[in-house]
Every structure is written in C-alpha cells, then in structure tokens.
Design a protein around this ligand. Structure first.
Ligand SMILES: [Zn+2]
Length: 290
C-alpha cells in the first residue's frame, strides 16, 4: 500500500517538475522576447555627483560614492558615443517620452549637488562627446569652496545644459516639517530664476532620494514638470505619464570594475525596469544590486 502511494507521489513530483521546467522554458523564450521588445522603449537617467580628482573636503577624502575618476567617466562617454547613444538633458528625454518619440539608445545624464568639478571636468568632456546633462544645484551651496559659483553655472547654461534644483538646503524632504517644503522647492526655483537671468527651473532632484506623498503634493502644486528619485529602473512613456515626479535613475559609481561595471549597472537598470512592468519592484532589495 505505502509503496503504491510513494510511487504515485514520486510520479506526481516528477510530472510537476517536468511541467515547471517546460513552463519555464516556454516562458523563458517569451520573457526574453518581451525583454528585447521592452529595452528600446525605455531610457535610463544616469546619476552622477563629482567627477575628477579633488582636494580633500573638510580634511577628509571624498567618499567613493560621490567622486568618479575622470578617465572612467570619459571611458563611459566614449563607449556610449561609439555604441550610438544620444545623451540628453532630463528635460529633453522627458519631452521625447511625452511625445512618444523613439527613445532607443537615449539616456539622460544628471549630476546632483553642483560640485565645482561639474564645471571644470564634466563640462569639457560633455562638449567633447556632444553630450547634454542636467545639473541639480543646491541654492545654499552655490559659490562655496567645493560647489560651482554663479559664473560657472552660467557657463553650463550657455552650453545648452539644463539647470534643476536639488532644493534650497539639501535637507531630506520626507524628514522635514511640511511648512518648509515650499521654501525648499518653490523658493529655491524663485531664487535660481533671479540669479540666472530669468531661467525657469522645471526639474527637481530629491536630496538623498527622500520624498513622500506630502512632498509629491507640494512639488506638483508648485508646477514642477518632473522630478528624479534614487529608485533603480528605466523610464518609459507609460511610467513617465504615470509618475513624472518619480523618475527612475541609475546610480553610477566607481565599483572598481571599470567599464564592465558600468555596463552591468545599465543592464541591471533595464532588468529592474522590465520587472517593474511585470509588477515586481526590486527597489526594496536594491542594496543587493549596488
Ligand atoms: Zn545630493
């Protein structure tokens, strides 16, 4: 009796495993095809901070997460250019998504914090490779020893780059009192407008990627067109239209793997974006991918 039951169970287990294997193989092909179709419809926004060698800040060396060697940055630009990518500002990319234009091999470059090397190191390299970028500056920091001053920011604007706000004082928006949110967002934009000859900032980057429902409401109320987060993924017309104030980005840092590390980061972003279309958000597990 038990022998028969065991045999039946064994047959059942084998049959199940075979069915699962078959379904996996069938779905694998389908998923691969869907992934291949997804990639040309999605575009990454790369997130950088400082680039190049800088003297220590406040007596300490820069954290690796905030400073990318200039030769590695140039290698990335050269690679993207050779592979036929178009490198845009965040505004330009969003415009394309909005219009339903082709975003195959389009990426936006973004730089948070407004470090001085964004002017001295990044701008010449962008110009060398015909690339555009958005620079998110912090009002309070403009002109201090390690951040860009007015003239340097004006030079970026004259070169066709986009200026965005990284808020007035770089406080994490989800953690401050709601009464300060207007100051950090709308007042930041107002002073940037005064400072930079009427330039109207339309893009915002959340300091430390920190935001919540209340923050979204305020950013929307003050008419920002788009905002970038620290969530890993890529942007499609659908994701952009659903949440223009929660755009995905890809953190670019020096992980010691050179260009290969950069390519892996891009691939992970596309994969994360694809899984999001399947209702799987990998962002809670993001640390595993960093
Ligand atoms: Zn920042």
């Amino acid at each position: 009796m038990w022998k028969k039951v065991c045999k039946a169970l064994l047959v059942l287990v084998i049959a199940n495993a075979a069915a699962a294997g078959l379904s996996y193989l069938m779905n694998k092909e389908r998923w691969e095809a869907e992934y291949a179709a997804f990639c040309p419809t999605a575009a990454p926004i790369l997130l950088y901070h400082g680039v190049g060698e800088e003297p220590p800040y406040k007596g300490k060396p820069w954290p690796k997460s905030l400073l990318l060697p200039a030769d590695l940055f140039e290698e990335q630009l050269r690679y993207l250019q050779e592979e036929g990518w178009q490198l845009l500002t965040v505004a330009e990319l969003c415009h394309r998504l909005e219009e339903g234009d082709d975003v195959k091999k389009c990426a936006a470059l973004s730089f948070d914090d407004g470090y001085k090397n964004n002017y001295s190191v990044v701008l010449p390299l962008l110009q060398k490779y015909g690339a555009k970028a958005t620079f998110f500056v912090v009002n309070k920091c403009i002109g201090d020893p390690i951040h860009m001053n007015d003239e340097e920011i004006k030079a970026l604007l004259a070169a066709g780059m986009e200026l965005g706000t990284h808020t007035y004082s770089h406080d994490p928006l989800a953690k401050i009192e709601a009464k300060y949110l207007t100051w950090e967002t709308a007042t930041s934009r107002y002073w940037l407008k005064k400072r930079f000859d009427g330039y109207l900032v339309r893009s915002l980057s959340y300091p430390n990627g920190s935001y919540n429902e209340e923050v979204l409401k305020v950013v929307h109320r003050w008419g920002f067109s788009r905002a970038v987060t620290g969530h890993l993924g890529v942007n499609t017309k659908a994701s952009y239209e659903e949440a223009p104030l929660e755009l995905y980005r890809v953190v670019i840092r020096d992980d010691g793997e050179g260009l290969e590390g950069f390519k892996k980061r891009l691939q992970r972003a596309y994969l994360a974006g694809f899984l999001q279309t399947k209702g799987l958000d990998i962002n809670p597990l993001r640390e595993l991918f960093e």
